[in-house]
Structures are given as structure tokens and as C-alpha cells.
Design a protein around this ligand. Structure first.
Ligand code: HAM
Length: 418
């Protein structure tokens, strides 16, 4: 049969896979509140300007990857390519601009029209956090420590935390000039994209993966030494606190991140178990402008790609999440028994016991096969004889042990044992 696939870069997530996803979500819902974070749910689409202004017009995400459409009134809307800008839009409705700190996390789908590849989807899912309203190196370090704890609790070992500083806007200008001058001298040796980046966005040359560009980047001037002493001290303090937490990290001057809102600390967690798309999470401190705001919203946060977390778990051969036994299965022999079992199924479900029952006239063997397929730990067998005697037979599937019960006794037994 021909496959009816979803659009490229999207995927169906079937019930067998959802326990893996739920583990990522449950762990987030357990770990992040330890740091005072509460869950925020924002719409999957926003007015387009939330992203153009928030993320930055010059970024690849805004230039090439957004799914934008018009609503009925002609307003331009965009499926969220990331979570931070929408979360800031929502938090602006609170007292966050008065220096009141907010800590939120979010879980959900994001949309980017990228070329699909292993670990790169057009609909992907992020678990993200934002700590908004205050600026302090302590908060940046704590943010990274929380991500590391989250990964540890998912048994993700072998990940590497890369850290850098983007300084503030005033730092970037002189640094940018120095880098531009350097790259202009090598423009002929760089890839086509980077040749264009020399005038448009010199920072992105730093994280180009092309061999020729990497060699040129290796000789680039130390732009951080051109930052103000405040910015350099801010970053040193972040590193010191990380050290005091015992969090392993590497300072990587090529880490610039692809979104324009970052200021001060930026970071990424990469994992060697992935191929080219090796970033499992990324984030940093930001100053994010929104359409109606003259002052930026300040915060620090990260987002982890759920597909990539699952890929790493697969590469590490993580233990599958525990799935409890299948439902109690009701086997009926004959029409009347089936009627009886339908009512029994209903009563058991109302008492909180998972039940499935055969609804057609099938042989005992076929019904037992179905029970096995569903991994039932207990079956109930009912036929004319049992109906006449007002009992049913219950069988523990593991041991094969069988007992007779009245419906009330069965309910009690199942409530206690399941
Ligand atoms: P980002 O680096 O663009 O940052 O995305 C974060 C993570 O989402 C990546 O490290 C990756 O794991 C995953 N990801 C991104 N694009 C895709 C894709 N096409 N397919 C699969 N996974 C993907 C942000 O989105 C920022 N909003 C993070 C942040 C929060 N910064 C501050 N606060």
C-alpha cells in the first residue's frame, strides 16, 4: 500500500513513541520548578512582527525560514520559529518591565522552513526556559546549571557545554569592525555565503562549518579583548560561578548563535552522538525588542530540541521508559456474555481500571491471542455457564492461575492488585 506521508520535515508520533516524549516532558516539569519555574503556554502563531522585531530581520530564521500567512483581516501571522519572542510578548502583559523577575518554561512545536535532514525538521519540538526581568551573571550560570541537571536526569552523558560572550551592543561595534577588516583581507578564500557575510553579518562567519572558512577563522583577532571591562568581568563571573558549581564547560569564541537578540553570555550544548546537527540545546542572555517596546526585555534562557534529545538517548541506548502492563482483557463466549462484559468493562473503567473487551463473536483462542498482543496481565472469561452461576473466571496471565469471582469481588481484587 502506498504510504500517505505527512509533509517533509514533519512526523507522526505514535503511541509506542510517546512514553519517550513524555519522559522528556515529565523530567522538565519536575526539574525546572526546583529553580522556581512555572509552565507558560503561548499560541503557536503570533503577529509576524513579534518575530521580525524580536529575533532580528537579518537572521536566517527571519529571512528564509518562517511560515508566514495572512489571517482573514489581512494581518500577517507567523508560525512560531522559536519560543523566546512569543514568551516575551506574553510576559509584557505582566509587571516584568518593573524589575519583577519571571521564571517560565514551555514545551511545544516550533516551525522553521529548513531543508530537512537528520535532526533537522520543519516542525520540531522544544523544551525551553526563560528567566526574565533581571540581569546578573549569577542567573546566567544558574540557567546553564539547570540545563545540565536536566540532561543528567535524562541520563544524557557525554554532552559538552560551550560558552561565549557576545558583549552588549556597544561592545559589538568595535569588535565587528576589527573582524570585518580581518575577513576583508581573506574574502577571496571564503565560501560564497561568508563572502556575503563580510558586509552583512560578520559574526556568522565565525561559526561557518566550511573547511576554508574555519582555517581563516582560526587566525581571527581576539574580539572579546576589545569589549569593555564590565562586559569581560561579567563573563568572568559567569565562568567562576560555573566552576564553583562543578559544571564542565569550554569557552568557544566561535559560538555566536543565530538569533540577533543575544547580549552577554551565549551557550550551546553539543553531543558527539549526533551528526552534523549536533546542538541539543542553545541559549543565552538577551535584550529582546518587541514592536511596541522602546526598551528591550532582558532575560536569560535556553531551548533544547526534543527530537535531538531523543536521538542522543537512542545513540546512548537509553533504557526504554517503563510501560505498565496492558489492560485487563474481557473474553466472552456468546452474545449474552458479551453484553455482560460490556457492562462490566464500563463499571471497571469507572473504577479506574484499564479494560478492553472483544466486541465480536471470536474463538477463545483468538481472544487469548488478542490479550497477549495487548500485554494484558489479567483476563476475565465469561460464558453461558459462568452467567448461569453469577460468577466470572479471572486469570493471572503471568502464572496462569485462575479463580472464580462475583463481579463485586473481581472489582475489589482488581482495585487492590492493579
Ligand atoms: P536555537 O538554537 O535556534 O535557539 O534552538 C534551540 C534548539 O532547538 C537547538 O539547539 C536544536 O536542538 C533545536 N532545533 C532548532 N532548530 C531545529 C530544527 N529545525 N529541527 C530540530 N531541532 C531544532 C532558540 O530557539 C532560542 N529561542 C533559545 C533561547 C531561549 N535563547 C534564549 N532563550
Amino acid at each position: 500500500m502506498a504510504k500517505f506521508s505527512p509533509p517533509p520535515g514533519t512526523a507522526d508520533i505514535f503511541p509506542e513513541e510517546t512514553p519517550w516524549w513524555r519522559r522528556l516532558e515529565d523530567t522538565a516539569r519536575r526539574v525546572f520548578p526546583l529553580y522556581g519555574y512555572g509552565e507558560l503556554r503561548t499560541p503557536v502563531f503570533e503577529y509576524t512582527e513579534v518575530f521580525t522585531k524580536g529575533i532580528g530581520n537579518e537572521t536566517e530564521v527571519v529571512q528564509k525560514e518562517m511560515y508566514t500567512f495572512e489571517d482573514r483581516g489581512g494581518r500577517s501571522l507567523t508560525l512560531r520559529p522559536e519560543g523566546t519572542a512569543g514568551v516575551m510578548r506574553a510576559l509584557l502583559n505582566t509587571d516584568v518591565m518593573n524589575g519583577n523577575e519571571k521564571r517560565v518554561f514551555y514545551i511545544g512545536p516550533m516551525f522553521r522552513g529548513e531543508r530537512p535532514a537528520a535532526g533537522r525538521r520543519r516542525q520540531f519540538h522544544q523544551i525551553g526556559v526563560e528567566n526574565v526581568g533581571r540581569v546578573a551573571p549569577e542567573l546566567d550560570a544558574e540557567n546553564m546549571a539547570m540545563l545540565i541537571q536536566y540532561l543528567e536526569e535524562l541520563d544524557i552523558s557525554g554532552a559538552k557545554l560551550l560558552v561565549n560572550t557576545r558583549g552588549v551592543a556597544a561592545d559589538r561595534k568595535p569588535a565587528e569592525e576589527t573582524l570585518r577588516k580581518y575577513f576583508e583581507q581573506h574574502i577571496g578564500e571564503m565560501c560564497d555565503d561568508c563572502q556575503e557575510r563580510v558586509s552583512r553579518n560578520v559574526w556568522r562567519i565565525l561559526d561557518c562549518k566550511q573547511k576554508a572558512c574555519c582555517e581563516i577563522v582560526a587566525g581571527a583577532p581576539d574580539y572579546v579583548s576589545l569589549y569593555t571591562s564590565e562586559s569581560r568581568e561579567y563573563f568572568d563571573r559567569v565562568c567562576k560561578i560555573l566552576d564553583s558549581f562543578g559544571v564542565d564547560f569550554e569557552v568557544d569564541r566561535q559560538l555566536v548563535r543565530g538569533l540577533d537578540y543575544y547580549a552577554h553570555t551565549v551557550y550551546e550544548v553539543i553531543h558527539p552522538g549526533l551528526g552534523a546537527q549536533n546542538a541539543i540545546a542553545g541559549g543565552g542572555r538577551y535584550e529582546l525588542f518587541l514592536p511596541q517596546n522602546k526598551k528591550p526585555v532582558q532575560g536569560v534562557g535556553f531551548a533544547a530540541g526534543m527530537e535531538r534529545l531523543l536521538m542522543v538517548q537512542e545513540a546512548l541506548q537509553a533504557k526504554a521508559p517503563e510501560i505498565g502492563p496492558g489492560p485487563v482483557f474481557l473474553v466472552s463466549m456468546g452474545d449474552e456474555a458479551r453484553m455482560f462484559n460490556m457492562k462490566l468493562a464500563n463499571d471497571l473503567r469507572c473504577a479506574g481500571i484499564a479494560v478492553l473487551a472483544e466486541v465480536e463473536n471470536k474463538s477463545m483462542k483468538a481472544q487469548m491471542r488478542a490479550a497477549n498482543r495487548l500485554n494484558s496481565s489479567f483476563t476475565v472469561i465469561c460464558g453461558d455457564d459462568e452467567l448461569a452461576r453469577g460468577i466470572i473466571v479471572g486469570r493471572e496471565m503471568k502464572t496462569g492461575e485462575q479463580c472464580e469471582y462475583t463481579p463485586a469481588e473481581l472489582m475489589e481484587y482488581l482495585k487492590k492488585s492493579r
